[in-house]
Design a protein around this ligand. Structure first.
Ligand SMILES: [Zn+2]
Length: 146
């Protein structure tokens, strides 16, 4: 019975995460297309938030006291953490700094914290170098043909 409940919870959370991913894609689409959230996406977020049950706790173990927000259940806690991150990003980031990675095969978005605001890739080490290598070989190929 215990294993069954665990598996059921896992499937519920996977479904929730897939819904949240779809909602995040809609948020990014709104930002790309109109620079702000549409009423439809705002309502979806609002509906999701209403479902979550959280609890406030005080953490005084360290030198300072911290207010901790915890989901009442595992599901509440996981979804709360992700939604909090979405809200933090939207509250602290100009929408033109939320960008899609320019690498053709990458589906990630990132927050451009560069001074110039011209960052193109989610990660220079991964996508940036892959892109530059591809451009280098494309130029080399073109040169050898002419
Ligand atoms: Zn990328």
């Amino acid at each position: 019975m215990q294993a069954f409940n665990h598996k059921k919870l896992l499937h519920t959370i996977i479904d929730d995460l897939q819904s949240l991913r779809m909602l995040s894609k809609n948020i990014l689409k709104d930002i790309e297309q109109q620079g702000e959230l549409s009423p439809d996406v705002t309502n979806q977020l609002s509906d999701l938030i209403k479902q979550l049950k959280v609890n406030l706790a005080l953490d005084s173990d360290a030198d300072k006291m911290h207010l901790i927000i915890e989901g009442l259940t595992t599901r509440d806690h996981i979804l709360y953490k992700i939604i909090q991150s979405v809200f933090d990003t939207l509250a602290t980031t100009a929408t033109d700094r939320i960008k899609k990675c320019e690498h053709a095969e990458c589906y990630l978005h990132f927050v451009d914290t560069s001074k110039s605001g011209k960052r193109r890739w989610c990660s220079m080490e991964l996508c940036g170098n892959r892109q530059k290598a591809a451009e280098f070989y494309a130029r080399k190929k073109k040169k050898s043909r002419s």
